[in-house]
Design a protein. Structure first.
Lengths: 481, 487
């Protein structure tokens, strides 16, 4: 039987606020356990939550970025369940009245076509703490630093039909939320986590099959892997006459295996109800417009601008606009050098190559965008050749200084002195009579190829600094008489 | 000294008739020698009190502007978190809990230079109307040691009635300040919801809880409100409004004031002796120029059932944090997580608390939410509307505080519904978030009976004004419990 896959995502994004969503504790990753948990985070008796307005602002920013309706009236609810890393015995979240209503995000498929993925809503909630099982023999340690970290949970419609679309959506979302600056997007630190709802059905069938939910995937690769595996598993179950149990599954990134976590049928009754400690959130239109005004250029708009303003190819524009820091690096470089095409080539070629090789992010690039622009300027004004530029680039990467410093220090400036070049050419011609004779005897169409030998000799004599264009011109004149 | 009101003690301290240290020591002596018979304190903070008194005496000797309450001793209900002092909420669950922070109202009293004598007994987690559900044992009513002082602020009421403190703080979710004030012959105010910060007050039902004063007079209650009330950024339900002087209207005359009498609270069910005392009070107020008018609160009959859905629902989740993980009671040698949860909560909570957690959990469960919680919230809205309509016609509403006077210890402990009906006149006020005061209006068989005055939202000063004027006309509030004559 032919099967088709239906996927919906729930994405948790940690918001990059100064403090937690309901308390004044710092919102930072990696501190010593329980050093970023105050009386509110520890849920001491009598403590009360106060909403961090920065979290509201960031959630609204997201809503505006996906063209969603911002709900002027939203409500925090309590989701009741007992777990040691949930200090209040309930999670404060939004159930019936989320802050962000329906929106959509467009993804590009491998064949170049576009597909719109609908977003059902996005709501604000608090993250839980962490249970630490290692280092405590026979018991569990609790670290509440993460408890109360602001999250938005973005819930998509089941609009994706396979791992490629799901990953494209996830990547697009990652690009968007980092671009608008609402999260650091550090997936390895849990800043963005994906729950994948997967079901399959015979091709042509319109009702949805029973779905499973694979939780807490924190890399695109794990997500792809987990989906492939789960789809395979479901096909196997159905084709052998079984039925899919609606369950939550956990995927282990180390082993690459997934297993059921708990069955939804025996799941908790969360007893959602409006949190009486928090008043409904009322947001007026003018606040929404003020937040809209702070939105940076979105990746789609940036890409279009790169194509229009810099005449970049679709491919280059897409790659360079996907991430804010990369885009601004490119733009700074292009402005400094006044050459967008060369800048794009360098950023996507040499710069990206070395970054990848060293597993570095553009923000850690040892060569500033201005300095790369200055290097490109030296190519354009004929000070150095493209070949010498690569050498200068490597020295810059190694921290030996900016382009001009290195060019001066190493005497790499291109030689465009006609008289000096002519005498160099004369010397090469004089020292290679046989090659000159062969050249002059050859047919015109073969001569071009034979020029290479002489250029090579001259470059050697000039230690690579001879201006190649000028050398070619002068050489042709001399050889052809 | 112990017979004086706060107003009088303030004068005494300023006149140097006595020092705060002398006053504090005097109260501590009374408590330490006599409270074993009343059990109104869970924790007595002698050392802290004397330290605070010494500091207050320095201020009193100086020439800086003094806060009204500087040097005045007080008792605080054990529902308020007090830094470095056990804050048990009357429960085994928090018997070992020493709060690392102060409730906002405690901070306010500390800043004012008031003295904390100790933490008062209360029904466990403020759930009860007789102070019999406390882990620390029942409190006895100083008017008759075989009777209850009311609850849940029973310790606070009893300690003021026994003259162990000139005033105490309480909290009122369904009547927990007013009913014990009535049963102990005191003046007790439940302020408008949002007037007093809830930060650091251990939550029972968040949308109903409000802290307030229990005092000898309405004037003292007004003085206390100046310290208790005020916006607190740490409580999202605290109302952002300018600081108010609650004593400002105390002496306003009653000429022309219109007071409503809800017919539903004056039905034939009302205890005839209580009815007589309330009617006498009405006559006194009439003499002072107040006019009376019948009003209707047609949905008030639903207030007790609605309350017993909303309050337990909120309580059931507010009390989820008591899980043995981070603080408080933890069962001995749990074998696994589920065992720890079950035994910690099973052993740490008393029966009434467990009953309400079960009721609340049920009311919020899938399939029952609409029938119970949602329905109760709708009724709550109707009750609020009833009051709003009444306040279109009248300035204030008057009723009994409690169906009768203090009942015998143990009399209602096996009948939760009878116990719940103790708050039949007080509960609607919490559902509507309004201010209300109970003032003594007479004796029934030598036991005090309370009169309730209900105001419109943030009309607390008016409520205090009418209560104060009533106390200028009557002397029921000056009567002393027999036990208080000891020592």
């Amino acid at each position: 039987m032919q099967w088709e896959t239906v996927i919906g995502l729930e994405v948790h994004v940690q918001l990059a606020t100064q403090s937690k969503i309901f308390s004044g504790s710092a919102n930072k990753f990696g501190a010593e356990p329980n050093t970023q948990a105050n009386v509110v985070d520890l849920a001491l008796p009598g403590t009360l939550p106060v909403v961090n307005t920065e979290a509201l602002t960031l959630a609204i920013k997201f809503g505006l970025a996906i063209g969603a309706e911002i709900c002027t009236h939203s409500v925090f609810d309590r989701k009741n369940y007992f777990y040691p890393d949930s200090p209040k015995g309930y999670q404060t979240t939004q159930m019936d009245y989320p802050i962000v209503g329906p929106g959509e995000l467009e993804i590009e498929l491998a064949n170049g076509t576009k597909k719109s993925i609908r977003i059902h809503h996005a709501h604000l909630e608090e993250d839980a703490g962490k249970s630490l099982h290692e280092a405590f023999h026979g018991s569990t340690g609790i670290d509440l630093n993460r408890a109360g970290t602001p999250l938005i949970e973005i819930v998509s419609e089941p609009d994706m039909s396979g791992p490629a679309e799901a990953v494209a959506f996830a990547k697009k979302l990652h690009s968007l939320v980092t671009n608008i600056g609402i999260t650091d997007g550090e997936m390895s630190q849990g800043s963005m986590r994906f729950d994948v709802n997967i079901s399959i059905r015979p091709v042509g069938e319109t009702t949805l099959g029973t779905r499973t939910e694979t939780k807490n995937l924190n890399s695109f690769k794990f997500m792809e892997d987990a989906i492939n595996q789960e789809v395979e598993r479901q096909i196997e179950v159905l084709e052998s006459g079984g039925t899919i149990a609606q369950e939550t599954r956990l995927y282990n990134g180390d082993t690459g295996l997934s297993r059921p976590m708990r069955s939804k049928e025996e799941a908790n009754d969360y007893r959602y109800f409006p949190c009486p400690d928090l008043l409904p959130i009322i947001i007026d239109k003018s606040t929404i417009e003020a937040i809209r005004a702070t939105l940076p250029e979105l990746p789609e708009a940036k890409k279009a601008r790169f194509i229009a303003d810099y005449q970049l190819s679709e491919y280059d524009a897409d790659a360079l606009s996907s991430e804010t820091k990369l885009a601004s690096y490119f733009e700074t470089c292009a402005k400094t050098s006044d050459d967008a095409k060369l800048s794009a080539n360098w950023v996507m070629g040499d710069v990206s190559g070395l970054l990848n090789k060293n597993d570095m992010h553009i923000s850690a690039c040892p060569i500033s965008a201005e300095n790369l622009g200055a290097l490109i300027t030296r190519i354009k004004d004929g000070s150095i050749s493209g070949k010498i530029a690569k050498q200068v680039f490597e020295s810059m990467w190694a921290g030996e200084g900016d382009a001009d410093t290195i060019i001066d220090a190493k005497g790499l400036k291109q030689n465009s002195d006609e008289a000096a070049l002519e005498s160099m050419i004369d010397e090469v011609i004089a020292n290679n009579p046989k090659q000159v004779e062969n050249y002059r005897a050859a047919e015109a169409d073969k001569r071009k190829k034979m020029t290479g030998f002489f250029v090579g000799q001259i470059m050697k004599a000039s230690k690579g600094q001879a201006n190649p264009g000028l050398v070619n011109k002068l050489l042709a004149k001399k050889l052809n008489g | 000294m112990h017979k004086q009101t706060i107003k009088q003690l303030m004068q005494g301290l300023r006149d140097k008739s006595f020092s705060s240290t002398e006053l504090t020591q005097h109260y501590l002596n009374r408590i330490n020698s006599l409270d074993s018979e009343i059990n109104s304190f869970i924790t007595i903070t002698d050392e802290l009190a004397l330290k605070q008194a010494a500091t207050a005496d320095v201020l009193l000797a100086g020439d800086t502007k003094l806060h009204d309450l500087c040097g005045i001793p007080m008792a605080h209900k054990d529902i308020f978190c007090t830094e470095g002092v056990r804050s048990s909420c009357g429960s085994k669950m928090l018997d070992n809990f020493i709060a690392p922070y102060n409730a906002t109202i405690i901070e306010n009293f500390n800043a004012a230079g008031s003295i904390m004598l100790g933490k008062t007994n209360m029904d466990e987690f403020a759930m009860g109307s007789s102070n019999e559900t406390s882990f620390y044992g029942a409190v006895k009513n100083p008017w008759d040691l075989t009777r209850v002082p009311g609850g849940s602020s029973g310790g606070s009421a009893a300690c003021v009635a026994a003259l162990f403190a000139p005033a105490a703080t309480g909290s009122d979710t369904g009547g927990s300040i007013r009913q014990p004030a009535a049963l102990c012959g005191l003046t007790g105010l439940k302020p408008t919801y949002g007037a007093v910060s809830r930060f650091g007050m251990i939550a029972f039902a968040s949308s109903l809880d409000q802290a307030g004063p229990l005092a000898k007079t309405a004037e003292d209650a007004a003085i206390l409100m100046n310290t208790l009330a005020g916006f607190d950024a740490k409580d999202s339900t605290s109302m952002p409004r300018d600081k108010e002087d609650y004593t400002a209207k105390l002496n306003d005359k009653l000429d022309g004031i219109k007071i409503g009498l809800p017919k539903e609270f004056f039905s034939d069910d009302l205890d005839p002796e209580v009815a007589t005392l309330v009617n006498n009070a009405i006559k006194e107020l009439e003499k002072a120029g107040a006019t009376f008018k019948e009003v209707s609160l047609p949905n008030s009959e639903y207030s007790v059932p609605a309350y017993y859905v909303v309050a337990p629902a909120e309580a059931s989740t507010n009390l989820s944090r008591f899980d043995g993980v981070r603080y408080g009671y933890r069962c001995d040698k749990p074998v696994d997580l589920m065992d720890m949860y079950c035994r910690t909560r099973g052993e740490g909570f008393g029966d009434e608390v467990k009953r309400r957690i079960l009721i609340g959990t049920y009311a919020l469960s899938a399939g029952f939410y609409d029938a119970y919680y949602n329905q109760a919230q709708k009724i709550r809205r109707l009750i609020k509307n009833d009051f709003a309509a009444a306040f279109n016609d009248v300035d204030l509403i008057l009723s009994p505080t409690s169906p009768s006077a203090a009942f015998k210890l143990g009399e209602k402990t096996n009948d939760p519904v009878q116990m719940y009906l103790e708050d039949i006149y007080t509960i609607a006020v919490n559902l509507a978030g309004l201010p209300a005061i109970s003032v003594p209006c007479g004796l029934k068989n030598n036991l005090p009976v309370g009169l309730q005055l209900i105001g419109n939202a943030f009309d607390d000063a008016r409520v205090l004004n009418v209560a104060h004027q009533f106390q200028q006309l009557t002397d029921w509030h000056t009567l002393c419990a027999p036990f208080a004559k000891k020592g």
